[in-house]
Design a protein around this ligand. Sequence first.
Ligand SMILES: Cc1cc2nc3c(=O)[nH]c(=O)nc-3n(C[C@H](O)[C@H](O)[C@H](O)COP(=O)(O)O)c2cc1C
Length: 135
Amino acid sequence: MTQNECNPHFPKLFSPMRIGKLEVKNRFVVPAVTTNFAEPNGDVGDRLINYLAARAQGGFGLIVTENLGVHESGRVMPRMGMADTDERIPHLARLAQAVKSTVRFSWDRSVTQAVRRAARSRANRCSRRRHSPAR
Ligand SMILES: Cc1cc2nc3c(=O)[nH]c(=O)nc-3n(C[C@H](O)[C@H](O)[C@H](O)COP(=O)(O)O)c2cc1C
């Protein structure tokens, strides 16, 4: 018996879906939820990685990370994960690898949410600082 047959009221829950070019193995999605699990310096470390890897292990087809700052102006919490410099890449790659290596099918995916304070946000209006768009 397939998982779909076990759940006749939700026949699509366990079936793959396509989001643009992205194929996801089921309809279970971890939404972006801020954890404050990043390291104090903004690196994505063991705590956040283990937290998301456990969700991948549980079978979610798609994992959206919490917001990650792509510029210092986007650091809005003490333990906010940052993706603002090349030095962060190995940590982010470790997260991607941990999530991928715990899932059974090659099409499992995670996506990340990039946050950068808008140029017209209150804080920036007050400081009169402006930033160019993140690359
Ligand atoms: C504690 C908490 C943290 C959240 N963090 C984020 C976040 O970092 N980024 C984001 O886009 N949404 C965030 N959300 C919103 C959730 O992703 C959203 O509530 C979830 O997708 C459920 O959608 P709904 O509120 O429309 O039911 C957060 C929600 C909660 C309760």
